[in-house]
Ligand binder design. Sequence first.
Ligand SMILES: [Zn+2]
Length: 90
Amino acid sequence: MHILNDENGNPIAHGGQDKEHPSRTKKEENIALLQFMLSHNEHHAEELEEMAHQLKEQGMGDAAKKISEAVENFNEGNKRLSLALTLVKR
Ligand SMILES: [Zn+2]
């Protein structure tokens, strides 16, 4: 669906496996993965918002409303991921 870049700027396919980073500590690994997942989810929330906008214009306001509600849930989840990230960084 979309291509993202990893922390080294290399393009990776959506859902691609993280490569091994033997020189990293577990903590660094956790931070990098959580950070990646958080920005990935935020990106999806933006895409869904855009989709809701388009569906509304196409006369599918009911579907658009459900997607908007889902985006609200995404945002709630992302807030919690952000808090988790803060805790993992300590
Ligand atoms: Zn994705």
